[in-house]
Design a protein around this ligand. Structure first.
Ligand code: NAD
Ligand code: UDX
Length: 478
């Protein structure tokens, strides 16, 4: 059996590496139109940082795992074609700012149709709107010259989270496979199931109809993001009342019906999926006339925007309503720890908010490159995933400096803000940092990872999300 995956990104690369690693009897080829990305997958410097990924790639690469730009050849030869291309939010036209842009998906489908001379199982790995399989089937059918070639479409959404992708792939809570309720549909489900059964217990492989599988992915992300917005909304109330959001989260999380996970208040959720997928869900609800349902889910994104804005306003207010010309150290730019991914990271909106008030930003992140940071801060909303139209605004490079060291970033700054929960930030010598900063020296902990009492004992004025406010800050708010 040969598997070909179109799209060598954060999902295609790790997912196929795990399949190849666990299934030595299957040949796996990952193809992409981005030649630089494929070259990186074939090198010692993989294009994405993910703990444990390199070891798995090393073990399978050249054995039964290959990365190639020859999309036509490998798609033509594949028995199962995974499609793992990006499905960003539309930036223009009908549904702009909400609907999924399926340009890349449709391009992949047209490619499959044009080169296929044998029947194939086409697997939706990308996150797509419900009913996409119906549209894709039409594209495949109408563009394939050979009437004897059959396409069976399956939905097999990916639930991995970045930073823990390899663990999630090795031991997933579940694998979901959706297919048609026809005989050939069920047969195709069986084939894909047999791939996963190489390492995943059968009872963890859930089968569903196509539309349920497609909708389950959007729903899972919407529910996860909703938990974060819910606790973030409570963090604002905690600050207003003197309650402590971590104590509240712990108290409610011990109720087994609520559970303890995904209750960390933060400066806002980021990542390429949550916002995009909720907006997509909102758009689908609107198009079928469910405006109240659409408004409900949209509020999850609104609270997230509110949280980022609130954080910036807290910083500006605390620093006497003037941050113009003041250096602010930003520790962490990735959207979460253990990844170099910055897509939709809250750090972008926070930095832009501070830059709008003329602050000078000193950024340090252990895994994000300087070029990436400047690029991110130069792009408009939703533009990051549209390579052909990206980079339309000029970067404000003068007000942003990127450092290779947290101490250097903090030197001579008026404040430091923790925007990513990297473990190394917990271990920094904060006395050394305090001594090098302007006074009063502020800490704004957007992830609640620091020892606030210890910082206060050194002389820092500390703002921690959803925690009782420092008397100093309270005065500014009264
Ligand atoms: P990505 O941007 O990292 O990778 C997509 C790749 O597809 C790019 O390298 C691009 O060059 C390539 N591509 C686009 N069109 C192509 C074509 N016609 N032929 C060959 N290659 C093509 O995106 P990603 O983060 O891997 O996400 C892919 C999909 O998986 C999205 O739908 C996303 O919503 C979903 N998803 C992502 C995550 C995540 O954590 N990133 C998790 C679950 C699901
Ligand atoms: C998410 C889903 O978890 C995953 O199942 C799906 O396949 C892709 O989208 P990912 O975006 O990679 O994964 O990371 P996740 O761990 O979900 O974190 C998303 C954002 O929420 C991050 O910015 C993170 O810092 C934030 N977050 C998470 C919180 O603010 N609080 C929490 O309690 C958990």
């Amino acid at each position: 059996m040969k598997i070909t995956c179109i799209g060598a990104g954060y999902v295609g690369g790790p997912t196929m590496a795990m399949i190849a690693y666990k299934c030595p009897d299957i040949q796996v080829v990952v193809v992409d139109i981005n030649a630089a990305r494929i070259a990186a997958w074939n090198s010692e410097e993989l294009p994405i940082y993910e703990p444990g990924l390199f070891e798995i790639v090393k073990a399978a690469r050249g054995r039964n795992l290959f990365f190639s730009t020859d999309t036509q050849k490998h798609v033509a030869e594949g028995d199962i074609i995974f499609v793992s291309v990006n499905t960003p939010t539309k930036t223009r036209g009908v549904g702009a700012g909400k609907a999924a842009d399926l340009t890349y998906w449709e391009g992949a489908a047209r490619l499959i149709a044009s080169v296929s001379t044998t029947s194939k199982i086409v697997v939706e790995k990308s996150t797509v709107p419900v009913k996409t399989a119906e549209a894709i089937e039409k594209v495949l059918r109408r563009n394939c010259a050979d009437p004897n070639v059959a396409f069976e479409i399956l939905s097999n959404p990916e639930f991995l989270a970045e930073g823990t992708a390899m663990e999630d792939l090795a031991k997933p809570d579940r694998v979901l496979i959706g297919g048609k309720e026809t005989e050939s549909g069920q047969r195709a489900i069986g084939v894909l199931k047999s791939v996963y059964e190489h390492w995943i217990p059968t009872e963890r492989i859930l089968c569903a109809n196509l539309w349920s599988a497609e909708l389950s992915k959007l729903t899972a992300n919407a529910f996860l993001a909703q938990r974060i917005s819910s606790i973030n909304s409570i963090s604002a109330l905690c600050e207003a009342t003197g309650a402590d959001v971590q104590q509240v989260a712990h108290s409610i999380g011990t109720d087994s019906r609520i559970g303890p996970k995904f209750l960390n208040a933060s400066v806002g959720f980021g990542g390429s999926c949550f916002q995009k997928d909720i907006l997509n869900l909102v758009y689908i609800c609107e198009t079928v006339g469910l405006k109240t349902v659409a408004d409900y889910w949209n509020s999850v994104v609104q609270i997230n925007d509110y949280q980022k804005q609130r954080f910036v306003e807290r910083m500006i207010d605390a620093m006497f309503n003037t941050i113009s010309g003041k250096k602010i150290a930003v520790l962490g730019f990735a959207f979460k720890k253990d990844t170099g991914d910055t897509r939709e990271t809250p750090a972008i909106d926070v930095c832009k908010g501070l830059m709008a008030d003329n602050a000078l930003i000193n950024i340090y992140d252990p895994k994000v490159t300087e070029a990436q940071i400047h690029n991110d801060l130069s792009l408009g909303k939703f533009m990051w995933d549209h390579p052909t139209t990206a980079g339309t605004k000029s970067p404000r490079q003068n007000s942003v400096s990127v450092f290779k060291d947290a101490y250097e970033a903090c030197k001579d700054s008026h404040a430091l803000a923790v925007l990513t929960e990297w473990d190394e930030f917990k271990r920094l010598n904060y006395q050394k940092i305090y001594d090098s900063m302007m006074k009063p020296a502020f800490v704004f902990d957007g992830r609640n990872i620091l020892d606030h009492a210890h910082l206060r004992s050194m002389g820092f004025i500390v703002y921690a999300l959803g925690k009782p406010l420092d008397p100093f800050l309270q005065r500014n708010y009264s």
